[in-house]
Design a protein around this ligand. Structure first.
Ligand code: CP3
Length: 341
């Protein structure tokens, strides 16, 4: 039994007494207690792959920020890792894949892992977290969208342009589809296993959606997200967050996802008209949290006003930036909680 089910009800499209609130990337980064734990370890992967520690870090923002949902501490890159393409997390630089996908042979070598075998550490972290939360707030599972995962597998690291990955779509469309189909099969089984392990909502992060032209987005990303939504929607509410793909809202509206995540470039009122009865999630600019507490409050209220007229889950328009003052995050959370439409 959940003591606070506001987020879950809003994610189902039901009316709530107040707007629920959480933050993308709330676990880690901004919290001193995260940094302290992280400093004692060999690296990011040790934290992700040790279920007791991942569970501890998942719960830290519930205690420190009093948000209405927990998101399991992990990374979208555990999927390529389990498929046979390991990543490294380079301090102060970000993810790096020592080997990348270049050919049909590379794709054929990848596995579609049994989630309990390849990703058992995430599932165990979910089970431990669910028990430790003891119904305080709902638990969110997640995965990267197949296109965003393909982008890392081909590029090998973060990039402003992802030009290798985007070039691959033009040069080798059939191979791109072969790879996307394998990532999608892995992701569906993984998210289903996350639900079995206790996730009550799942979110698909298409972080690099905005680099694609709309026609490529439809062909190489949206259709695989739709497959994931179709497989998961009978089990739990699904949220799709596609950073920068404002033109794709009508495509998401036609999918059986329940919630559409907005980045800060989107206009909530316009998205409402395109999104039917979906719940909308977002979309305060993470940089609004660099203001004074009064400025944070005003920016948050201005954001909340724009979402009037339908179900809303308050969040940022992308993950919280690492140099954000946690006190300002608390002002954001408290402002949402005090707000009444
Ligand atoms: O939301 C949460 O708090 C849960 C944890 C979470 C992490 N990564 C932990 C993490 C989630 C949901 C992610 C998703 C993720 N990972 C995405 C999609 C969301 C988005 O922001 O667009 C992407 C693109 C990644 C890939 C990734 N992981 C990058 C580019 C980096 C390095 C830069 C950065 O964001 O810090 C990571 C590392 C990472 N993942 C950290 C954390 C807490 C920081 C590493 C550290 O503590 O050393």
């Amino acid at each position: 039994m959940l003591k606070n089910d506001l987020f879950l009800r809003a994610a189902r499209g039901e009316a709530t007494e107040r707007t629920p609130v959480w933050l993308m990337r709330q676990a880690g980064r901004i919290l001193p207690e995260y940094r302290a734990l992280r400093a004692r370890l060999s690296g990011f992967k040790e934290l992700v792959e040790t279920p007791e520690l991942a569970a501890e870090v998942t719960i830290q923002p519930i205690d420190a920020l009093d948000v209405d949902a927990a998101i399991i501490f992990s990374d979208i890159l555990v999927v390529p890792d389990a498929m046979g393409l390991p990543y490294e997390m380079v301090e102060a630089r970000g993810p790096l894949f020592p080997t990348t996908i270049k050919s049909a042979a590379d794709i054929d070598k990848l596995r579609i892992p049994d989630p309990e075998e390849g990703l058992g550490y995430v599932l165990e972290a979910l089970r431990i977290t669910k028990k430790a939360l003891n119904g305080r707030v709902p638990l969110i599972g997640f995965a990267g969208a197949p296109f965003t995962i393909l982008a890392y597998m081909i590029e090998g690291h973060g990039s402003k342009t992802f030009s290798k990955a985007r070039g691959f779509l033009y040069r080798e469309p059939a191979l791109a589809h072969r790879l996307l189909a394998k990532i999608t099969a892995t992701t569906i089984a993984y998210l289903q296993a996350q639900v079995a392990a206790g996730a009550q909502v799942v979110q698909v992060f298409d972080s690099w959606a905005g680099i694609l032209p709309p026609a490529h987005y439809t062909e190489f990303s949206a259709r695989y997200i739709a497959e994931i939504c179709e497989a998961l929607a009978p089990l739990v509410p699904v949220t799709v967050f596609a950073k920068g793909a404002w033109w794709a809202v009508p495509e998401f509206a036609a999918m059986p996802c329940r919630t559409i995540g907005l980045d800060w470039n989107q206009t909530p009122g316009q998205v409402r008209t395109e999104a039917g009865d979906k719940t909308l999630q977002g979309n305060l600019d993470p940089c609004a949290l660099y203001g004074t507490p009064e400025q944070v409050r005003a920016a948050t209220e201005a954001m909340l006003r724009q979402f009037a007229g339908g179900p809303h889950i308050a969040n940022l328009g992308h993950g919280v930036y690492p140099d954000t003052n946690p006190d300002n995050v608390r002002v954001f959370v408290e402002t949402v909680k005090a707000w009444r439409n």
